[in-house]
Design a protein around this ligand. Structure first.
Ligand SMILES: NC(=O)c1ccc[n+]([C@@H]2O[C@H](COP(=O)([O-])OP(=O)(O)OC[C@H]3O[C@@H](n4cnc5c(N)ncnc54)[C@H](O)[C@@H]3O)[C@@H](O)[C@H]2O)c1
Length: 337
């Protein structure tokens, strides 16, 4: 089978590609070709696999060329992040909305030529939820909470969820949207997203660096690991239409946790010297944004697909440490310092 991952050079996409290549199959079929379409180059380790073809360029420009390709499965992850969409309204529309429509139309074109409908999994976001004066945000957002996004990024995600549902209703594709929770611990440098500190307060101390936490210790949020997120995307792909249930997006599992508990877990896993590298210094801008985010999420539909959150946040930190040991031990130089 031939798979397309848009955004496959990114944090979640590269891990998904790695997992699919290691499994070798998806939905019981052998993966013979994996196309990674991203404006950035895919990691060399992925490109070294003979099944992988990397295509670099904006998705909008690539979409036309995808029209005559027989993709059996698509994971659509390419997306500008929330901060970028707030800073550049046009870029957000182009990257997240226009590109998605162009991709869906490329798949529709194939279908109209008589091909079976491609199966598509879309990475939506917990950012579809937000407090609207007319619709207060419940403490825990559920699969059936009314999404009232408060950012351009969240708005684009919600529109794409609905577009995919409608293309599915029309029989142009077999689409499923999964709402990812905040994925941590993200490797690399802080990325400017307001949620960046959810990774920074773990990643920087483990690397031996100081980290400033811009919100109070009582702030609560749904977080998960990249491994669990990839499991979720694959399970959503492999679910039967009946098991997925309807065409509405579902929440992926997460741990609802406070910043204080995250830091307690860091201390339990890495010791007090690592924990002490985190200081609280309130940033009103970030604290204001975060105050509008869900404090927790539930994932009843995902649970029916067998998906569970990690047992605790310690497990998420341990997954990050194991990944760093395998790929970038320098990111852990604070562990033994
Ligand atoms: N990481 C999270 O916490 C989180 C939470 C909720 C939802 N999501 C969603 O999950 C998906 C993956 O997230 P991630 O953390 O891996 O993000 P990421 O930024 O690491 O990866 C996204 C990739 O998309 C590519 N991209 C962006 N715009 C593009 C365009 N116009 N054309 C081609 N490529 C483009 C980027 O180059 C990048 O490699 C995204 O859709 C994101 O919105 C992520």
């Amino acid at each position: 089978m031939k798979i397309l991952i848009t955004g496959g050079a990114g944090f979640v996409g590269a891990r998904l590609a790695q997992r699919l290549l290691a499994r070798g199959t998806l939905g019981g079929q052998r993966i013979t070709q994996l196309v990674i379409a991203d404006q950035a180059a895919a990691p060399a380790a992925l490109l070294a696999d003979a099944r992988v073809q990397g295509r670099v360029g904006a998705l909008l420009a690539q979409a036309e060329g995808l029209r005559d390709e027989a993709f059996d499965g698509v994971f659509h992850l390419a997306s500008a992040v929330s901060g970028e969409c707030e800073a550049d309204f046009e870029l957000g529309l182009r990257s997240n909305l226009d590109s998605t429509r162009a991709l869906l139309d490329a798949l529709r074109h194939r279908r109209e030529q008589g091909a079976p409908p491609a199966r598509l999994v879309f990475s939506s976001s917990v950012a579809v939820f937000g407090p609207d004066p007319a619709v207060p945000l419940p403490p825990v957002v559920a699969d059936d909470t009314l999404p009232t996004p408060q950012t351009s990024y969240g708005t684009h995600k919600l529109i794409c969820e609905q577009l995919i549902a409608d293309y599915t209703r029309k029989g142009y594709l077999d689409g499923r949207a999964a709402r990812l929770m905040t994925v941590t611990v993200r490797p690399g440098r802080p990325n400017g997203a307001a949620s960046s500190f959810f990774s920074g307060i773990i990643r920087e101390p483990l690397a031996g660096e100081a980290s400033l936490c811009p919100v109070d210790a009582t702030v609560s949020h749904p977080v998960t690991s990249v491994g669990n997120t990839v499991d979720g995307l694959i399970a959503v792909y492999e679910a039967s239409r009946e098991a997925f249930g309807g065409r509405t997006a579902l929440n992926l599992p997460a741990i609802n946790i406070t910043v204080q508990r995250m830091l307690d877990a860091l201390q339990a896993v890495a010791g007090p010297r690592v924990r002490e590298r985190v200081r609280f210094e309130r940033d009103e801008r970030i604290a204001g944004i975060v105050a509008n985010w869900p404090k927790g999420a539930s994932a009843a539909r995902a649970a029916k697909l067998g998906l569970k959150p990690e047992p605790n946040f310690e497990a998420i930190i341990e997954q990050y440490i194991a990944d760093c040991r395998a790929t970038n031990p320098a990111a852990l130089k604070g562990l033994d310092a």
